[in-house]
Design a protein around this ligand. Structure first.
Ligand code: FPP
Length: 250
C-alpha cells in the first residue's frame, strides 16, 4: 500500500487486463498457514498443506502470465525452533513436493534451492540437487525455493567464500565490490527482487532475501497465505505497476 504522497504513474494494461510492467522477480513470504488452520479448529499442519496447495497454484499462474523469477520462503534457519511435529509435517510436504515436480519440468521451469542444504535430511538435500541438475537447461521461469534459508546466514556464507579467495591469493580485498558479494550469494546470477509480497498482516522481512530486497517494492495484505489466490496476486501486480521506482535517483 503506497502512501498517497508518493509519486504514482497510471498503470497501462495488456489485453488480458494485467499491467504491462510486471515485476521480473517476485518474492513470497508464505505466512499465515498456522492461523488459517487454527481459525478452523484444525492443527497447524493442515494450514501448511493448504499453503502448499496455494504455492502450486500461484506458481502455475506466475508461469502462465510470464513472470520470470519467483522466490518462496519455505523454511527459514529459525524455523527449526518450532515443535518437532510441525517441522516434520513441513519436511514431509516438501518431500512429497520434491517427488511430484514433473509438471514443472514439462513447463520448462528451472528449479533453484537456496539455503544451507547441509542440515536438511539427506534424501531431501539429494533430491534438491537432482532437480536442480535436471532443470538447469530450462529458462521459461526460475522457481527459487528458500529452504533452511536465512538472509544473514547467506551473507555469512558469502563472506566465508570471499575470505577464502583472498586467503588463496585469488582476490585482493580492495577489489571486493557489491557485485563480488552478489556473485557469492545463493542467488548468484538471478535478478534482485522487484516485488516482495507478505500476506497475513505481518509487516517485516524476517531475514528473507535481505540483500536482494534492497530496492524491492513491498506489498502487505491481511489475507492469510492459503487464501492469497490469483485475484489477490493481480491486486498486488496492479499496485506494483503504480509505484514510482527511482532506485535512489530522481
Ligand atoms: C509460515 O506460516 C509458513 C511456514 C513457516 C511454512 C511454509 C511452508 C509451506 C507453505 C508448505 C511447504 C511448501 C512447499 C513448497 C511444499 P506460519 O506457520 O508462521 O503461520 P502463522 O503465522 O499463522 O503461525
Amino acid at each position: 500500500m503506497a502512501l498517497p504522497f508518493l509519486k504514482k504513474s497510471p498503470p497501462k494494461t495488456t489485453a488480458a487486463g494485467l499491467p504491462e510492467n510486471l515485476p521480473q522477480h517476485i518474492g513470497f513470504i508464505m505466512d499465515g498457514n498456522g492461523r488459517w488452520a487454527t481459525k478452523r479448529g484444525m492443527p497447524r499442519k493442515f494450514g501448511h498443506r493448504e499453503g502448499a496447495k496455494n504455492f502450486h497454484d500461484i506458481t502455475r499462474y506466475c508461469r502462465s502470465i510470464g513472470i520470470r523469477n519467483i522466490s518462496f520462503y519455505v523454511f527459514s534457519t529459525e524455523n527449526w525452533k518450532r515443535p518437532q511435529e510441525e517441522v516434520d509435517a513441513i519436511m514431509n510436504l516438501l518431500w512429497e513436493y520434491l517427488n511430484d515436480c514433473d509438471e514443472y519440468l514439462e513447463q520448462e521451469v528451472r528449479m533453484i534451492f537456496i539455503g544451507d542444504k547441509s542440515r536438511l535430511p539427506e534424501r531431501i538435500a539429494k533430491r534438491m540437487v537432482e532437480l536442480e541438475q535436471d532443470s538447469a537447461k530450462y529458462d521459461k521461469m526460475n522457481l527459487i525455493l528458500a529452504i533452511n534459508y536465512g538472509g544473514r546466514d547467506e551473507l555469512k556464507h558469502a563472506a566465508q567464500l570471499i575470505a577464502q579467495e583472498v586467503k588463496d591469493g585469488k582476490l585482493e580485498a580492495a577489489d571486493i565490490t557489491e557485485q563480488t558479494i552478489a556473485d557469492h550469494l545463493y542467488t548468484a546470477g538471478l535478478p534482485d527482487v522487484d516485488l516482495l509480497i507478505r500476506p497475513s498482516g505481518e509487516l517485516r522481512l524476517s531475514n528473507f532475501l535481505i540483500w536482494q530486497c534492497a530496492y524491492a517494492e513491498y506489498y502487505f495484505t491481511n489475507v492469510l497465505w492459503p487464501d492469497f489466490n490469483r485475484e489477490e496476486l493481480n491486486k498486488a501486480l496492479v499496485d506494483f505497476s503504480t509505484r514510482g521506482r527511482r532506485f535512489g535517483g530522481v
